[in-house]
Design a protein around this ligand. Structure first.
Ligand SMILES: CC(=O)[C@@H](O)[C@H](O)COP(=O)(O)O
Ligand SMILES: NCC(=O)COP(=O)(O)O
Length: 241
């Protein structure tokens, strides 16, 4: 079954609501790891709406599992990544006006510029994951530019409320994972996964890591972060806490 990367962005959202010092994402990462997180994911956005540069620098020193830095494929972010050296990077699309990530990165349109970003980061020893829709053309393009991983965007699956639509989206994710593995890509998934919809995605053969944030932080606000992470680990395994 896949491992769990806990995205702690929205711990920082609470802090930034008052531009104060608490809750500290660095402390949250410790609690998430104590609860069983296999990795910590943070999205350093161009607009710094939640995670700050200071958070990423301190997390590099304190995370004991692995640190996944989500970022746009910009010069600014590449420079930060090369300085901080996360365990891996996930390139994601970004629009300042968006509430949250709205879709996958367009690898096909990214062309040589995106290929050069992937090469620069991987030449520096940082494996790159590309956050993409489960689209065969985007998966092929990800392999063509020699990314190590893809992260399949599960947002459309998560938003599907009809059983047949959920089934169709799950099939797309399963097919996408199979195609990616055949091309030598390692496969993660994430976005919009919850305690109630995660298990079918966790059962996809070859799925390595699920990056999950909002639902865990939401539950943590009521029951505490260690417990929320432990319960997500059980949800992924299909076991009872
Ligand atoms: C790429 C993705 O789905 C999330 O990891 C991303 O971090 C969402 O952005 P927010 O955390 O700002 O909602
Ligand atoms: N890449 C997905 C992620 O890190 C968390 O997304 P979400 O669970 O907050 O929607």
């Amino acid at each position: 079954m896949p491992t769990l990367g806990v995205n702690i962005d929205h711990i920082a959202t609470i802090r930034q609501a008052r531009k104060t010092v608490e809750p500290d994402p660095v402390a949250a990462a410790v609690l998430a790891e104590l609860g069983g997180a296999d990795g910590i994911t943070v999205h350093l956005r161009e607009d710094r709406r939640h995670i700050q540069d200071r958070d990423v620098r301190l997390l590099r020193q304190t995370v004991r599992t692995h640190l996944n830095l989500e970022m746009a494929a910009t010069e600014e972010m590449v420079a930060i990544a090369l300085e901080i050296q996360p365990d891996y990077i996930t390139l994601v699309p970004e629009r300042r006006e968006e509430v949250t990530t709205e879709g996958g990165l367009d690898i096909i349109a990214g062309g040589d510029r995106l290929a050069n970003v992937v090469q620069t980061l991987q030449n520096a020893g940082i494996p790159v994951s590309l956050f993409i829709d489960p689209n065969p053309g985007q998966i092929q393009a990800s392999a063509d530019i020699k990314a190590k991983f893809i992260e399949l965007h599960t947002g459309t699956y998560a938003e599907a409320h009809q059983e047949n639509e959920q089934r169709d989206q799950l099939h797309l994710l399963t097919q996408g994972c199979e195609q990616a593995r055949t091309l030598g890509l390692r496969v993660n998934a994430g976005h919009g996964l919850t305690y109630w919809n995660v298990y079918p995605v966790a059962c996809i053969p070859g799925m390595e890591e699920l990056n999950i944030g909002h639902t865990i932080i939401s539950r943590a606000a009521l029951v505490g972060l260690e417990r929320a992470v432990r319960e997500m680990k059980h949800a992924i395994l299909g076991t009872t806490p």
